[in-house]
Design a binder for this molecule. Structure first.
Ligand SMILES: Cc1ncc(COP(=O)(O)O)c(C=O)c1O
Length: 389
């Protein structure tokens, strides 16, 4: 008998996302559970990648990322947030935000260090923190407004806090942290001499009056913050897995130690095509925002007219609804199974994004980065189903 494999990761079973996706296929349901667009990213960006593959080198690019992409990420930081960084030393290109998160957590955490996580949280955070030997400390945000409570935040910090892992705009809540909330987080992080790792993959998918403020721009945070972006969400190219980390020279050098042993590099053609994408004019970013906002509005008013109360959503691809508002008294998982098999629309239960005891279990998450005709059909199916109940 061979010995046991690592028991941290093997302890995680099949995710509810896979279960729901399988169920959606079996029942030919519209899948609003999965978080990716149903149309491909811009043709000109893809054309640059194709040309690069045929005409440029396909061998290992520089470990820190191609010069073109590092320059474009540095310019992007400056153009949108006034962050001034050196493309040669302060940017690291990774294979998606997921690798960026793994690099940051592996290079910062020593076994026994505490890590502040905001709950509900994106699914890879807890396994990566645990595998690095960190101890998660959860700060819960409550639906439907997802406000950050200062007492809860303060209670999670201790002299063992190594870092805070912040996701804004936030999956699965659709929350965009406000200037006051960011100020609270910055103050506690500085007081405890901790770091911040900021997952900002939805930085350009933001609605109405909400503004994305990188934590790194707050006074005292620049030298202790690693800011993560990804081409997947900004350009609807989730399969490319091109991510980038911005931070001060000393921190990026430390994170590069993890990157060199995890993936070392990312396909050069994709990097250079993303550089081309990041350089696109303001109109591109404005259109992305307006397009996603119109989908958000469509699903919000559609679900509300089908009888649902919706939670606040100022950014990302995700809209959450209170399942009790249509008279459903079971769990969110039961609800998602029911609508997948009976109404023909799949969503995911928000309880799957909680790792601590007593998860919130009355909300379901719908992903709206889909074509309008798909959203229309989904809303009609849900309206029909619940009007007959
Ligand atoms: C909050 C968040 N972080 C990271 C990722 C993964 O990004 P990437 O595909 O660039 O690894 C996702 C994808 O859904 C996400 O929602």
């Amino acid at each position: 008998m061979v010995k046991d494999v690592n028991n941290v990761l093997s302890g995680f079973g099949t995710t509810v996302f896979e279960v729901m996706s399988k169920l959606a296929i079996e029942h030919k349901a519209i899948n609003l559970g999965q978080g990716f667009p149903d149309v491909d990213g811009a043709e000109d960006i893809r054309a640059v990648a194709a040309k690069e593959i045929m005409e440029e080198s396909n061998q290992y690019p520089p470990m820190m990322g191609t010069q073109k992409l590092r320059r474009a990420v540095a310019d992007h930081n400056h153009r949108f947030y006034g962050i001034a960084v050196d493309p040669d030393t302060d940017i690291l290109v990774t294979s998606g935000a997921t690798e960026a998160l793994a690099d940051c957590l592996m290079s910062l955490i020593n076994p026994g260090d505490e890590v502040i996580l905001f709950e509900p949280l994106y699914d890879c955070y807890q396994p990566l923190v645990l595998r690095a030997g960190g101890i998660p400390k959860y700060v819960r945000l409550d639906p439907p407004h997802w406000h950050l409570d200062e007492d809860r935040l303060r209670a999670a910090f201790s002299d063992k806090t190594k870092l805070v892992l912040l996701n804004t705009p936030m999956n699965p809540t659709g929350k965009v942290f406000t200037a006051d909330e960011l100020q609270m987080i910055a103050a506690a992080t500085i007081e405890h001499d901790a770091y911040a790792v900021c997952d900002e993959v939805y930085e350009h998918i933001i609605f109405g009056l909400a503004r994305h403020i990188p934590l790194a721009t707050l006074p005292g945070m620049g030298s202790r913050t690693l800011r993560i972006g990804s081409a997947g969400k900004t350009f609807s190219l989730t399969g490319w897995k091109v991510g980038y980390i911005t931070g001060c020279t000393e921190l990026i050098a430390k994170v590069a130690k993890a990157h060199q042993f995890i993936t070392f590099t990312t396909p050069p053609a994709l990097q250079n095509a993303v550089a081309y994408g990041l350089d696109r004019d303001d109109e591109f970013y404005e259109r992305l925002q307006l397009d996603m906002q119109s989908k958000r509005n469509y699903i919000k008013y559609g679900l509300e007219s089908a009888g649902f109360e919706t939670a606040d959503c100022d950014g990302t691809y995700f809209m959450n609804v209170d399942i009790r508002s249509v008279g459903f008294e079971g769990s969110d998982e039961e609800f998602c199974r029911l609508i997948t098999t009976e109404a023909g629309v799949a969503a995911v239960p928000v309880s799957a994004f909680y790792m601590s005891e007593n998860p919130e279990s009355h909300f379901a998450r719908f992903c709206f980065c889909k074509r309008e005709e798909v959203l229309k059909e989904a809303v009609e199916k849900l309206s029909d189903f619940f009007s007959k109940k």
